[in-house]
Design a protein around this ligand. Structure first.
Ligand code: THU
Length: 160
């Protein structure tokens, strides 16, 4: 038996103002998208904004459904739209912000496992890392220079 240790490195900013201007602007778009979330069941609003190589910004928010599993997260709403509208454009950065109508969310909220898998597919497809920034409604911002940092032992097409 051999033990394998997997490490990851993330950057933590104390405040959005400490991030590069381009990231602040992208996060502001994620925050605006968050306000448009349709989340009557969880009351947990999430917004995502993608910066494409052509400088276009694509946003998305979570869309819930009375049949709960039919809803979709903000990150996948945004990335599938980007994939559908600009299939040839690389996704350079992604900003995510979440807030709850029930409590204050100052903890940075990472993308869920299913969204990591979806983002990973596009990172592999474009063969270029997607830089990810995520936060709550205020407070610290976490940066990952690639989705791969958030999904060790990811499943990809090489296994098929
Ligand atoms: N949600 C997202 O939009 N992104 C995530 O990565 C985690 C969860 C949404 C789904 C659901 O509408 C609500 O947050 C509560 O889970």
């Amino acid at each position: 038996m051999k033990e394998v240790k997997i490490e990851t490195t993330l950057q933590v900013y104390d405040h959005l103002n400490d991030t590069p201007k381009e990231v602040q602007d992208l996060m502001e778009q994620a925050i605006s998208a968050r306000e448009k979330a349709y989340a009557p069941y969880s009351k947990f609003n999430v917004g995502a904004a993608l910066l494409l190589e052509n400088k276009e910004i694509i946003t998305g928010s979570n869309q819930e459904n009375a049949s709960y599993p039919s809803g979709l997260c903000a990150e996948r709403t945004a990335i599938y739209f980007a994939g559908a509208k600009y299939p040839e454009e690389k996704i350079i950065k992604m900003a995510i912000s979440a807030s709850s109508k029930i409590h204050t969310t100052i903890t940075p909220i990472p993308p869920c496992g299913a969204c990591r898998q979806a983002i990973s597919e596009y990172e592999n497809k474009q063969n270029h890392p997607i830089e990810i920034y995520f936060m709550g409604e205020s407070g610290k911002v976490v940066r990952s220079n690639s989705l791969a940092n958030l999904l060790p032992l990811g499943f990809d097409k090489s296994y098929l």
